[in-house]
Design a binder for this molecule. Structure first.
Ligand SMILES: CC(C)=CCC/C(C)=C/CC/C(C)=C/CC/C(C)=C/COP(=O)(O)OP(=O)(O)O
Ligand SMILES: O=P(O)(O)OC[C@@H](O)CO
Ligand SMILES: [Mg+2]
Length: 250
């Protein structure tokens, strides 16, 4: 039965500059890769694994999570592209509400489809305002959800969208410029929002450098998500490790 735990939400809220690795179960199937990812992530001081994708099957998702849980102590959070992307082996679920879009399936449809199964699971469910930001290219999420992202120059639309999300009771904001984005979520959005809202903020899409991670941390982002860049270059985790050790010393 769903218990309404808040441990992971509290951990995400607790500080800025935390890092999550997004694992795509469609691309990451071999145990050997998962073992390497788990070891390097833990050594680097990464905070969480996120698992999901726009087009991932239930079977691939379950297998990937089971393997991750065998090989890492880090919390595993579901980042689902659809109602079938759920597994009781994970620790938490971003219950995404795609509020930058106007597609009812992604505002309430998938949620209803998943609700009865979720009620039987032991996952921490985190109601999340999922806000797509134009990253300069059409992404899988936009295509699959048939929604239009918010343009990077339209801060007031972004602001009104997240304010409405908060008023609806969503507890976390995830700004996503999309997988492999060319343009990042604008840092000035975060600075401006941080003047009036305290809810935890997640940012992802196209992040490839320590400099970017540090900029988002300084702006007040709680959790920075990296997918493609680690898929392409697992040794970026060494740089993340060095960065985390420097931040700790400072
Ligand atoms: C309520 C439940 C269980 C699900 C909600 C479903 C919703 C609303 C999803 C939002 C829209 C969506 C399709 C999100 C997917 C987010 C995600 C995991 C993106 C990762 O990137 P990919 O789409 O896999 O990109 P690439 O494969 O191109 O790297
Ligand atoms: O794969 P990248 O570009 O890091 O994007 C991560 C994530 O925010 C996409 O939904
Ligand atoms: Mg993917």
């Amino acid at each position: 039965m769903y218990k309404g735990r808040r441990a992971i939400f509290d951990e995400i809220s607790g500080k800025t500059g935390q890092i999550a690795i997004l694992v795509d179960p469609e691309k990451t199937k071999e145990e050997e890769i998962i073992v390497r990812l788990a070891q390097k992530a833990e050594f680097a001081g990464v905070n969480y694994f996120l698992v999901g994708g726009s087009t991932v099957s239930a079977k691939d998702l379950k297998q990937c999570i089971a393997l991750l849980k065998q090989h890492t102590q880090l919390p595993v959070i579901l980042f689902p592209g659809a109602s079938h992307q759920i597994s009781d082996d994970a620790d938490a679920l971003f219950f995404l509400n795609l509020i930058s879009g106007r597609n009812p399936d992604y505002l309430i449809g998938h949620h209803i489809a998943a609700a009865s199964e979720l009620q039987e699971m032991n996952l921490e469910i985190i109601p999340t305002a999922y806000v797509l930001v134009d990253g300069g290219k059409q992404t899988s999420v936009q295509y699959v959800s048939q929604t239009t992202p918010i343009p990077g120059e339209q801060f007031s639309i972004a602001r009104n969208t997240v304010l409405a999300g908060m008023m609806l009771g969503l507890q976390l904001i995830y700004f996503d410029a999309g997988s492999g984005a060319y343009n990042l979520v604008p840092t000035d959005w975060i600075y401006k929002l941080r003047k009036e809202i305290q809810v935890p903020i997640i940012v992802g899409g196209g992040i490839k450098s320590i400099e970017t991670i540090d900029k988002f941390k300084e702006a007040g982002v709680n959790l920075i998500v990296i997918g493609n860049h680690i898929e392409e270059n697992i040794d970026f985790l060494l740089d993340i490790g060095n960065y985390n050790r420097e931040v700790k010393k400072a």
